[in-house]
Design a protein around this ligand. Structure first.
Ligand code: FAD
Length: 529
């Protein structure tokens, strides 16, 4: 055990005592196994930290942060822990993980001024449930992982899915924030930053809320976030298309995005569709159909929808090389018809319309309990880049060439790849290559897998060569994105935010980091700082 990990070290044990006094004994974890678990994410792991702290208020969070930085100990903020770009992975064992999930209160729902303020550890699923009977939701209302993922985590790393094909990534919903800086002070951004002002509006002078969006926790720890609300739409419907080639999918999804109509848009290649729809068995299929039918009572034409799915859904999806799925919202059927007509006009020339199974299932189960493994227990990791529509074809060519170069090695090391796609507002195409490979599981995966499911999974032997190849290919794909002008959310400690960045802009970012975190103790390594 290194000196930093040795809790009998006087300065460390006195820090643990101080943290215990601030937080209470139930809100600090020093158990060795737990510290190791908190230092892992879906893909990677770092050194175990000294302790995991679980503050239950912003005041205690602020005191704990100040105590750690005074002792020259680093802080690694963690929300739901459902990321895979080393975002909260410790870069030193001389650190403390801040688990924000006990700060999960909904502070204020204001349907007159159309905002909701939540503590950062609130999950998207819990927020959605709390807002349901008020008939409102934030303009971005969560990622697929929202059962576990927190509002603070998504705001800090940048997320997409619900609402993002219309509005853009998660940060667009943020109005104001309270952020704890390295010295334990709390800054308030947006309109709430003046006395007698509520947190209703973001854009007032330089955008300090925007500064903390996508900062990977490198600038501070979010204590609370205020999100802009919108009314829930009474009419929600989906359209799905099949495409023979990637070119059709790309052009169809781009055309739909330019119309600004879908609230969500998802594209999948045939490998992903097999993983999603394969191996569920009749019982699960029926359960899914039932849930879709129930959702249909309000938002889909229920019985008809179920019949269509039962008769045709899987059959069409199984055959297509690529599929894309669009969800639209409207005030009434007349408006919906106009949306769907415009969408059909945009996407129709590039593909064939198929039964809309996927949109229906997605909206029936917006936050499903995801497995973090492939269907047989394979390891799994996605990466992504956001491209302008004009450079997607160039990226596709580069990616295909990279796959061809590696195909033989991938076969040898039992690696397969798949791809998912989405669009962000009217101007971003997100390409998400996904790796599956046979390899041993980590405690992180076991803990997040249903025990019954765990029994059925194959225990693959450790595959260090396969793992190394995935890492090498990931780096190659990130280079392809870079050469095609791609950007990234979820920068964590992986994506090349600082590479060749404009010198003046880089100097500003570094100066800012030094101002809010002079000792470099807030998530060191995040954003590449
Ligand atoms: C099965 C699965 C499905 C997914 N689906 C989606 C999807 O649909 N869309 C999508 O965009 N992503 C998706 N993801 C990725 C990820 O879950 C999301 O991006 C999610 O927003 C991460 O939230 P989290 O609370 O788990 O954050 P964490 O993983 O805990 O942290 C993410 C980053 O934010 C920082 N952070 C966390 N909380 C704070 C805070 N309070 N203050 C400052 N920094 C903080 C961490 O240090 C880290 O850098 C998925 C992941 C999985 C495993």
């Amino acid at each position: 055990m290194s000196e930093a990990q040795d809790l009998s070290n006087t300065s460390h044990s006195s820090l643990i005592d101080t943290l215990t006094t601030i937080l209470g004994a139930d809100n600090i974890i020093t158990d060795e196994g737990e510290r190791a678990y908190y230092s892992q994410d879906v893909y990677n792991q770092g050194p175990p930290v000294l302790a995991v702290i679980q503050p239950d208020s912003k005041e205690k969070l602020a005191q704990a942060v100040a105590a750690c930085t005074s002792a020259d100990v680093a802080l690694f903020p963690r929300g739901g822990g459902f990321s895979y770009t080393d975002g909260y992975i410790p870069t030193t064992s001389n650190g403390v993980t801040v688990d924000t999930r006990k700060m999960n209160r909904i502070v204020e729902i204001n349907t007159e001024d159309m905002y909701v303020t939540v503590e950062s550890g609130c999950t998207w699923a819990a927020l959605d449930e709390a807002l349901a009977d008020k008939n409102v939701r934030p303009i971005f209302w969560g990622p697929f992982s929202g059962l576990n993922a927190t509002v603070g985590g998504s705001m800090s790393q940048g997320s997409l899915t619900y609402g993002s094909s219309k509005w853009g990534p998660s940060g667009v919903a943020a109005e104001c924030m309270e952020v704890v800086l390295a010295d334990g002070s709390i800054v308030t951004t947006g309109s709430a930053g003046q006395p007698n002002h509520s947190p209703f509006f973001r854009h007032y002078g330089p955008d300090l809320t925007g500064l903390f969006c996508n900062d990977a926790g490198a600038l501070g720890i979010k204590a609370s976030v205020t999100l802009r609300l919108q009314r829930r739409s009474p009419v929600v419907m989906g359209l799905s298309y099949a495409f023979e080639e990637f070119d059709g999918l790309h052009k169809g999804m781009a055309a739909a995005a330019r119309e600004g109509l879908p609230t969500e848009a998802f594209g999948f290649d045939s490998v992903v569709m097999k993983v999603f729809t394969g191996g569920q068995g009749l019982a699960q299929d029926l359960k899914t159909l039932w849930a879709v039918g129930m959702a249909g009572r309000n938002i889909f034409a229920g019985a008809w929808q179920m019949l269509k799915i039962a008769l045709a859904g899987k059959r069409f999806i199984d055959k297509a090389e690529y599929t894309a799925h669009f969800i639209c919202e409207a005030r009434d059927m007349r408006e919906m018809k106009s949306h769907l007509n415009a969408l059909r006009k945009a996407v129709g020339p590039h593909g064939n319309e198929i039964v809309n199974t996927v949109p229906a299932v997605v909206r029936a189960y917006p936050f499903p309990p995801f497995s973090l493994l492939g269907t047989s227990g394979e390891r799994w990791v996605p990466l992504h880049g956001i491209l302008p529509f004009s450079r997607v074809a160039e990226f596709q060519e580069k990616l295909s060439a990279l796959h061809s170069r590696y195909q033989e090695q991938m076969d040898t090391h039992k690696i397969i790849t798949a791809s998912m796609f989405t669009t962000l507002a009217t101007n971003g195409f997100l390409y998400e290559p996904v790796f599956y490979w046979e390899d041993s599981r980590e405690p992180f995966h076991d803990r997040h897998t249903d025990p019954e499911m765990l029994k059925k999974l194959t225990d693959f032997p450790t595959n260090m060569d396969g793992r190394a190849l995935v890492e090498e290919m990931k780096k190659g794909i990130i280079d392809c994105f870079y050469s095609c002008g791609g950007t990234h959310m979820q920068i964590g400690k992986v994506y090349p935010y600082t590479r060749e960045r404009d010198a003046g802009a880089m100097a500003m970012v570094k100066m800012l980091k030094t101002h809010v975190d002079p000792k470099g103790l807030m998530n060191p390594g995040a954003l590449g700082l």
